[in-house]
Design a protein around this ligand. Sequence first.
Ligand code: UD1
Length: 416
Amino acid sequence: MDAIRIYGGNCLDGQTTIQGSKNASLPILAATLLIDGICEIENCPEISDVFHMQRLLESLGCTVEREGTLIRVNTAGLSECDMPSDSVGVMRSSVMLVGALLARIGRICMEYPGGCVIGTRPIDLHLRSLRRMGVTIEENENGFRAETAGIKGAFLTLPFVSVGVTENLILAAVLADGVTTIEPAAREPEIQTLCDFLMQAGARIEGSGTDRLVIHGVEKLMPVRFRVPADRIVAGTYLCACMCAGGRIFLKDAPAGHMESVLSQAVAMGAAVEYAPDGIAVTGMDHESASEFIKTGCYPAFPTDMQSPFMVAMALSGTGGRIEETVFENRFRIVPELCRMGADITVHGNTAYIAGQSRLHGAIVQAKELRGGAALVIAALAADGTSIVTNRHYIDRGYEDIVLSLRDLGADVELA
Ligand code: UD1
């Protein structure tokens, strides 16, 4: 079955270890294509998006071995440039392979990538920027074919900040002929992690963690062993579960240093957060407190991926509030489902208005994308009665075993 059954109304009490970051693992796995030899990537989460990336690497001729959360990639057999459309179709981050493959074998043929249905999410800026680096791209209605005789460094001024574009261009630039400048670059922690990985392999990157990256192309990168940090979005999800359901939990390895906006929002909404060297302790929010306003944005602003879980917390808060989504259009697909559980939410344009003091009740609701699906599980934990969240496969894209983790945290949940 493809669902989760949740018996709501229990306070949380327990501890879970936060898995490795999805959004860091995916570009790092793509980056292994740039390296001749065997790379070992530790702490890769066992989630379907990473499994898809493994399959894509294999389909390109790499040997990929997994031992638990360690992935070993040997790129010695890298040869193909046609990617299987079933994996590309379900995962938007397959586009990240474009920069790396062009750098390594000079050509690629690919269908347009898929992923969560949270907006139109075109790849125009990826392709436009690669063209400026000496890549010829022919598009048709289903996909594109790209070729280059050698990627050239370029001064790339982007019209807006994009995580995926920044990552793709970094991957295209590290082995390029000359210097590439990316401005404005996204500053998400996962981009810093990608730069750390590449610099450990011998890349020359200046400005990691800032909005201006300068990349000096090098001849060759060396194989490395690298550990992926914990997932700040997964940590934020369980934090939000505790805010909504109440109780006290410990999130081992939660990367608090990269969760500033989420933690300060949680505290503003009456949750208590205590910092320990190996994680954070969270105590559920005071439901009398006010939540007022959240505006999503590029890091270090409030992450769009945390918007749906916090919508649930707002619905349960004393005053309610509003959420302005500035990154993706169509990221309020959870709203009708939450309303079926008793929430009172209206959407105008890119803003959701959420009435507070909702008394949520159990229902059968449908996950329509990854983070919205996790947010429905959170709502069900705080609801009276039993809920079923269907389309679990969306949640499995990003959470290693959400049922097990929530049980460790004291929730009454099971597969259905
Ligand atoms: C990444 C994250 C995702 C997160 C998002 C924003 C991964 C695997 N995914 O997604 O979890 O929600 O950053 O923090 O790391 N856009 C274009 N044209 C392009 C590229 C993007 O118009 O060529 C638009 C998108 O539709 C979106 C905005 O730019 O509206 C930002 O998207 P982007 O930062 O690229 O997100 P992703 O890299 O897809």
